[in-house]
Design a protein around this ligand. Sequence first.
Ligand code: FCB
Length: 467
Amino acid sequence: MTDRRFLNFPAGFLWGAATSHFQVEGHPEEMSARTSDWSEWTTLDGKISDQTTADQACDFYNRYASDIEICRKLNLNCFRISLNWPALCPDPPKEGEPYTFNAETVAYYRGMLSGLKAEGITTLVTLFHFTLPRWLAGAGGWTSPDSIKEFERFAALAADAFGDLVDYWITINEPLAYAYQSYVNGAWPPGFRNDYLKAFQAIRNMLEAHGKAYAALHQRTPGKPVSFTMHWRPFTAKHRWNPLDHMVRYYRDYVFNLMFPLAVQKGDLQFPYPLSSNEEVKKLSGPIPGLKGTMDYLAINYYTRELSEFSYKWPIDIFGVASTEHELEVNCMGWEHFPDGLYNTLSYDVSPFKYNLDGTLRPIIITENGFATAFSHDLNEGDWSLADDKRINYLTSHLTALHHAIADGANVQGYIYWSLMDNFEWAEGLRPRFGLIRIAYPSQERTMRHSAMVYADIAKRNGLDDP
Ligand code: FCB
């Protein structure tokens, strides 16, 4: 038998794991006072499919020190977190009074980020990962123009409070996934359905807010790269012979994947025809001052592809529907296992963003990628889920595709697995488990899955044997 080829990654490659505040923290003040739209949303009937809340989540708020110790054991040199905007800014600003962050929450984040830095871990910090202060959500959230100045203020305060401990900034996580779930699919707060105008208004405001936050962060923490993440999802026509499925594929791909980063690249937001001929949509289109080129690196969250198909109903919906039938193996949320999509995304789809405005090659970081299996939240004892071969297969097949893309010229500098540990998966609750580390609720016992050991070995060797 010949030795398997070793897939070596570039020197200095970032190997990380990701979390987000609401999904892991169980922040005590946020949960007791319901300072966020999401902490309130989880208490409403029928919003979370397994009826769980994020009130405890992974208790990361109290356990971060031992979780950082786990990162060290896994040989990770990078970690992604997000800031709890609702806990840092529980109250609205008052006219004429200086605005400050909640001091206890600042101390918590400084403690955690210092702990990561003490281990030599590179930190990626997201400002907005889906949760809004309740006072801002009540004022219209991202559809209100207030969101722009409030986000800019939040970014400036975050830079002052934590800038010395942050290596990479992410302003907004997955703006399109957020707009879709919150204003079209109705699964996330504020729960609007098919309100495309609100979704587009939110996107417009997020672009303006991102541009302002980019400037505020650069001014206060010069040299620290700033970007936003995209949930990049390749779309495929369900019936390859059907031009209508291809039309749907085109619109879904343009709006979900391309429109936001193209607006940033060009400083100009353009909706596709025929949407662009709508009078209300026209008002949201056009140049956005200060936005052009505000993307120091490309941050890609990649999980799966989607099969898109035309829906035969009146009036015609150019966005069609996502097929519920699958061609490939799926995770517990129906997401197809499609590593070639990661290769194609990096090698072809993101080529409009390959270069910075000054002509230099723009770095790419995979800021999320992961696999979920379903296990009820009340399982505690036993060896359930530790032999997670499907996750190992997902991980190694995606890393192989990533290595292939790098060999073919993609400037990828890091890979961040979602997630370090099982956590609260939004409207799906605690049931989908993405973790390298298993969490038992409510004991909060942490146990390494086999995938964690495989990943630790990959991070240590800076590569893997070609599977
Ligand atoms: C992404 C989100 C992240 C997590 C994963 C599974 O869309 O950014 O918070 O829920 O999906």
